[in-house]
Design a protein around this ligand. Structure first.
Ligand code: PRT
Ligand code: ZN
Length: 210
């Protein structure tokens, strides 16, 4: 029997809930923070602990058979993977925001403006669909400080409570996509018997919670 590999986030917002859902499926493994790989004692499965950004590609390329990652990260990576199950955690919305004093109220007012983001692919697709010609500034973090520093006129980022926007003097302007953590598989692995067994266990954990 082939030992499956599942990639989950090593540390960050999705780590704890990803570990929890696997443990609730009855899987027994040590969650050593320093170890990048854990072997499940009672199921043919190994767990790889990775940066979330690397998970879509690992699954697409079959290095990992399964993965748990935010939908936003999969779409940004353009990964070709099978979606098996939304998991109900890591929920957020990707929004365009402007300074709370800004008079921008229509998308067309972003023409010729600069927008800072760590999600250039998702943003470009949205702007193109809406015929907006704006300059995208791709930065890897702390995009919220962009407008205050004069780096950009707007930002495109993940929002959950809205607290970060508020404390940086920003207001949400457009909702572009909503996202949550999802279980994905390499194309072709969806019908593997162990994958199906694990999927069924995850679905019953989710049903018990609902
Ligand atoms: O180290 P690694 O690369 O693995 O992690 P990371 O730092 O890239 O990601 P991490 O752990 O921050 O987030 C992982 C995933 O959680 C994201 O890809 C989303 O799918 C999901 N998620 C859910 C969020 C949030 N909620 C969220 N609030 N990701 C980030 N945030 C950030 C956001 O970027 C902003 O800075 O939180 C801030 C806003 O939060 P509020 O509550 O103030 O609105
Ligand atoms: Zn990341």
């Amino acid at each position: 029997m082939k030992t499956l590999k599942i990639a989950i986030q090593k540390s960050g917002r999705l780590n704890e809930k990803s570990v929890e859902i696997l443990k609730n499926c009855g899987l027994s493994f040590e969650n050593y923070k320093s170890s990048l790989i854990a072997t499940v004692a009672n199921f043919p499965l190994e767990i790889l602990f990775l940066r979330d950004d690397d998970i879509p590609e690992y699954v697409q390329d079959g290095i990992a058979d399964l993965g748990i990652v935010g939908e936003n990260v999969i779409i940004e990576a353009g990964a070709d993977v099978a979606y098996l199950q939304p998991l109900g955690f890591g929920k957020c919305t990707l929004k365009i925001a402007v300074q709370s004093t800004s008079d921008i109220t229509e998308l067309s007012q972003l023409n010729g403006k600069a927008i800072a983001t760590s999600y250039p692919v998702i943003l470009q697709k949205y702007l193109t669909e809406n015929n907006v010609d704006a300059q995208i500034r791709n930065i890897s973090g702390s995009v919220e400080i962009g407008p205050g520093l004069g780096l950009s006129d707007a930002i495109f980022d993940i929002v959950s409570t809205g607290g970060t926007l508020k404390s940086n003097g920003l207001k949400a302007f457009k909702n572009v996509m909503s996202s949550e953590a999802v279980l994905i598989a390499s194309k072709g692995m969806e019908l593997n018997p162990e994958v199906l067994e694990l999927l069924q266990r995850i679905q019953s954990v989710l049903r018990a919670k609902a």
